[in-house]
Design a protein around this ligand. Structure first.
Ligand code: SF4
Length: 694
């Protein structure tokens, strides 16, 4: 889609890229989308946007889109276009046949953080109530599942504590493992504005991101830690705050479990956590660590923002809990300007988690073992729900290779590109009898599919997305689905082909069901969203206007919980064969594996991924600017062009992963977070050598 002519109407909807959740006016002329204009009344963006939401919507009209359902008996057969009824009947029969032979738990499904809340709710309902299993997981497994676990343990719920407006009241920001100028640009603009007004910034990142030093903004401290040492760095900050008596005792006595705090204080005061003891390990000078800790503890309202540089580690959940400790230590919870704020990657990763996408949790983060919670859904759905958690994505693939898991419904997720250990993913998919891929494009995972169900874009459906500040924004249909059915209709049709008898006629009815079953959404309805524009959950009788700041008078779990966070080094070690550490990130114009942005004009701003390497490391390998290099790890290898820069320290290399040719997941290992299996994408031991090209 290119800008054409004068619009005759506009419809307010929500960007489908990052977790900022910007509101846009989709300006239409007839059935054509003329342009996307950032909406000045959007509460998350206030008229601002970035180049993705503003320009990168052309994929909706791209010729690569598959618009007709397709089936095939075996993955070696050619695809055959069929009617919706035939495709859904084919999938339903295969799923039922598998279950007849191998039991209910032999199939499952994956929800998408790109789809709406209503679509996600329906997929988990399909799996729990029609498949009859808790084998449901989500693409959040590979990004923010440690946020879910860590914040749930510390505070009692798995969500950022603040709204974006909160940044206007902050005095000191710790930014750890996030690069918002590229990943969350509209939030980055608000942060920069606050920094220009005098707020201080502490950046904890192996790479010198733009916010460390740009024309108008300079961080007070940049702690360029060695990848994989987040816990040691955050513990060193906490050590200084505790041993120098800079903690907020009144807050801790009032709001937290004092006995647990004392255990934690004894642990963190041990000399092994001192900056001087950890400087060699982390690569961060002790004086910088001490100065940063003192600034955060004494500088006024302190807020912590973080991204995948925290979660995608073998200690991702531990780091999230260490961050929560730091916020509670300094009394920085429960008012504007403070808090713990995960910068969620995908447009609806918060919502996908809220809607019960994890195998152990029903909507609203309630464990399936809870009989009272199960009963709510069992009564409404008229079917029993297992009290046993189902399989996570990596366990589904393991079970597939073993032969006990044989069918999967994957909505809006290309696990072959996005999940770790590509060889294992393909082996798992190849071993299944029924792989149903529901997507816009014939993605890599579809190479192993027996049924392809065409997906619809955000422009073609009604629903809601929930952004990183828990804000539920309306997504409005601006054009008819080019494939004939919106994604929620496809899921309902599959459920009905398996005998469900669902009768939803509009996503508003699905949200009504969410409100009926999920206390934190009890006050949410499309009428309420029309009235308020958007609303932040919890929204219920106690908070009819929603909740911008959480944990104001008490934590969701009651008392805040200090958790001992022991640093454990990753098993991914450098050595003579693989002496460098690779870490990864994003660039402004592109999005994740690029399935959408590469099919738009944004591709002109970034047509290939490159490897950032420090000039010293490049020189010692005979590598010059622009040379092809071979990047090899214990898992695999790929080829990229080199870019020499001192943004990375000696010993560290960095790349983006927006182009399939980069094959970053061929390089990354199968190490994962101990609590959630989130892959350790941010630390891979590699070697770099000159190459003649791919
Ligand atoms: Fe806003 Fe994120 Fe979309 Fe950019 S990608 S317009 S920051 S929601």
């Amino acid at each position: 889609v290119i800008e054409i002519g004068t619009p005759d109407r506009s419809i307010i909807t929500t960007c489908a890229y990052c977790g900022v959740g910007c509101s846009f006016e989709a300006q239409m002329r007839g059935d054509e989308l003329v342009r996307m204009v950032p909406w000045k009344h959007g509460k998350a963006n206030r008229g601002h946007s970035c180049v993705k939401g503003r320009f990168a919507y052309g994929y909706a009209a791209h010729s690569d889109r598959i618009l007709k359902p397709m089936i095939r008996d075996s993955i070696n057969d050619p695809w055959q276009e069929v009617s919706w009824d035939e495709a859904l009947g084919f999938a339903a029969r295969r799923f039922r046949d598998i279950q007849a032979k191998h039991g209910r738990d032999s199939i499952g499904g994956i929800t998408s953080s790109r789809c709406t809340n209503e679509e996600t709710y329906l997929v988990q309902k399909l799996i729990r109530s029609v498949f009859g299993t808790n084998n449901v997981d989500t693409c959040a497994r590979v990004c923010h599942s440690p946020t879910g676990y860590g914040l749930g343990q510390a505070f009692g719920t798995s969500a950022g504590t603040q709204d974006f407006d909160s940044v206007e009241h902050t005095d000191v920001v710790i930014l750890i493992g996030a690069n918002p100028t590229d990943g969350h640009p509209v939030f980055a603009s608000r942060l920069k504005k606050r920094l220009r007004q005098g707020a201080r910034l502490i950046v904890i990142d192996p790479r010198r991101i733009d916010l460390v030093k740009s024309p108008h903004v300079r961080a007070a401290h940049h702690l360029p830690l060695k990848p994989g040492t987040n816990v040691a760095v955050v513990s060193a900050l906490a050590h200084v705050i505790v041993t120098e008596g800079l903690f907020d005792e009144a807050f801790i006595r009032r709001r937290c479990d004092w006995d647990e705090f004392q255990d934690y204080a004894a642990f963190i005061s041990e000399p092994r956590h001192a900056p001087e003891a950890t400087a060699m390990l982390t690569g961060v000078p002790a004086a910088e660590l001490r100065a940063a800790a003192r600034l955060f503890a004494t500088g006024g309202n302190g807020a912590i923002y973080y991204g995948l540089g925290v979660t995608e580690h073998s200690q991702g959940s531990t780091t999230v809990m260490a961050i929560a400790n730091l916020a509670m230590l300094t009394g920085n919870i429960g008012r504007p300007g403070v808090g713990v704020n995960p910068l969620r990657g995908q447009n609806n990763v918060q919502g996908a988690c809220d809607m019960g996408s994890f195998p152990h949790e029903l909507p609203g983060y309630r464990h399936v073992a809870g009989a009272e919670v199960r009963e709510v859904f069992e009564q409404l759905w008229g079917t029993p729900i297992s009290p046993e958690p189902g399989l996570r994505i990596p366990n589904m693939l393991d079970a597939a290779v073993d032969g006990s898991f044989r069918g999967i419904y994957i909505q809006g997720e290309d696990i072959l590109q996005s999940d770790p250990d590509t060889h294992h993913v393909s082996a798992g998919l190849a071993a299944m009898d029924c792989v149903v891929v529901h997507d816009l494009f014939l993605n890599e995972t579809a190479n192993y599919a027996h049924v392809f169900l065409p997906g619809s874009t955000f422009l073609e459906k009604d629903g809601t997305f929930t952004n990183a500040e828990r804000r539920i924004n309306r997504v409005r249909k601006v054009m008819a689905p080019r494939n004939g059915l919106a994604d929620w209709e496809v899921t309902m049709a599959l459920a009905n082909a398996m005998g469900a008898g669902w009768t939803y006629t509009h996503p508003a009815q699905i949200m009504d069901e969410v409100a009926m079953t999920t206390p934190s959404f009890a006050g949410v309805s499309y009428e309420r969203l029309e009235e308020l524009g958007s609303v932040q959950w919890p929204c219920n009788a106690a908070h009819p206007e929603g909740t911008p700041v959480m944990h104001v008078d008490g934590f969701v779990r009651g008392k805040g919980r200090f958790i001992v966070t022991e640093y454990v080094a990753t098993d991914e070690r450098t050595g003579p064969r693989f002496p460098l550490l690779l870490t990864t990130g994003r660039i402004l114009s592109q999005y994740n594996v690029g399935a959408q942005t590469r099919r738009t004009s944004n591709v002109v701003w970034h047509d290939q991924d490159v490897l950032e390497i420090h000039p010293h490391d490049a020189e010692s390998r005979g590598v010059k600017e622009g040379d092809w290099v071979r990047l090899a790890s214990r898992a695999g290898e790929t080829t990229l062009r080199a870019h020499l820069t001192d943004r990375v320290s000696p010993g560290v290399v960095y790349t983006t992963f927006h182009h399939p040719g980069t094959q970053a997941n061929v390089i990354t290992t199968d190490h994962s977070d101990w609590a959630t299996n989130c892959p350790e994408y941010k630390v891979t031991a590699v070697q770099v050598a000159p190459s003649n090209g791919p």
